[in-house]
Design a protein around this ligand. Structure first.
Ligand code: PRP
Ligand code: URA
Length: 209
């Protein structure tokens, strides 16, 4: 059953406001994207299963919970999703990392794929699909369709900023996934950029403007 979760912790909201500022430079922007991603992932991974294992402390043996069962795959959508990956690997260093390369046609705004490499097998894993921006929803929806075609089942999509249009599309195309959002913005402009948004996330992360 799909859910939409707004991760509206004050730390996340504060950091998103700093991201929006056009005067925030590349170094700081990158660091903020990683910090926000780690905070969102903390929430998105809340349902990871644990099992009690025996550990010997300096004082005695005890049974204590550790992560068990399904493994995790992180799948950033290139390019901008790459900026989120390191922050999440800080939390789950054993996660496997896949990549899906998509870019939006500047005129049609439709996604075009150019790369895909996923961990195999993927069907038993909890899969975190990463992209800071959910605008029309075309890129996220296509990436998730691709992952499902490769056997992915338990899929969570994480973004930093979403537009209502993209959220509706993603919910309608993939009603079975969970969607984690840092902030839901107002709307898209005529070029399918999110307003107020933060501009082009890939360019700001990689300093290509
Ligand atoms: C941006 C962003 C998303 C996509 C969102 O990528 O990182 O992948 O646009 O838009 P959508 O919801 O309308 O599909 P872009 O195509 O600019 O590529 P980049 O990450 O390489 O800059
Ligand atoms: N991609 C971005 O990077 N920003 C937007 O506002 C929309 C798509």
């Amino acid at each position: 059953m799909g859910d939409v979760i707004f991760v509206n912790h004050p730390l996340i909201q504060h950091k998103i406001s700093m991201l929006r500022d056009k005067n925030t430079g590349t170094n700081e922007f990158r660091a903020l994207v990683q910090e926000i991603s780690m905070l969102e992932a903390y929430e998105a991974l809340r349902d990871l299963p644990t099992e009690d294992v025996e550990v010997e402390t300096p004082l005695m043996k005890c049974m204590t919970p550790m992560l068990s069962g399904r493994k995790i795959a992180i799948v950033p959508i290139l390019r901008a999703g790459l900026g989120m990956t390191e922050g999440i690997l800080n939390l789950v260093p054993a996660a496997k990392v896949g990549h899906i390369g998509l870019y939006r046609d500047p005129v049609t705004h439709l996604p075009h794929d150019y790369y895909c490499k996923l961990p195999s097998p993927i069907d038993e894993r909890t899969i975190l699909v990463l992209d800071p921006m959910l605008a029309t929803g075309g890129s996220a929806s296509e990436a998730i369709t691709f992952i499902k075609e490769h056997g992915g089942k338990k899929i969570k999509f994480m973004c930093i900023i979403a537009a209502p249009e993209g959220l509706e599309k993603l919910k309608s195309d993939h009603p079975d996934i969970q969607i984690y959002i840092g902030h839901l913005d107002e709307k898209l402009n005529d070029h399918a950029y999110i307003l107020p948004g933060l501009g082009d996330a890939g360019d700001r992360i990689f300093g290509t403007i």
